[in-house]
Write a protein of this length. Structure first.
Length: 90
């Protein structure tokens, strides 16, 4: 099993978070400031060098003005796709 931070689900979630930030026209520093975090925090999250716990994820989404439930739905959809591929390989 792949470490969750490098899983397909997490890659999709990080891309979703990055796209939301970019759609606002915010730099990584802009978002970090909104979160009250060091300037490299967002980069580490987006690059997959840092994982978010569930509370951090909710706060991250709130700062981006996006619904955390949409992110969870994305993860579940990615998961279902992976399970379907794995069952087809069997």
């Amino acid at each position: 099993m792949t470490d969750s931070i490098h899983s397909e689900e997490m890659i999709a979630l990080r891309a979703w978070l990055r796209t939301a930030r970019e759609n606002h026209g915010w730099s990584m520093r802009d978002l970090a400031a909104k979160l009250g975090k060091a300037h490299n925090y967002v980069q580490r999250v987006e690059d997959g060098d840092r994982r978010l716990d569930v509370v951090e994820f909710v706060r991250y989404c709130e700062a981006l003005v996006i619904d955390p439930a949409d992110g969870l739905a994305l993860v579940l959809t990615a998961r279902q796709g992976l399970e379907a591929c794995q069952s087809n390989d069997s």
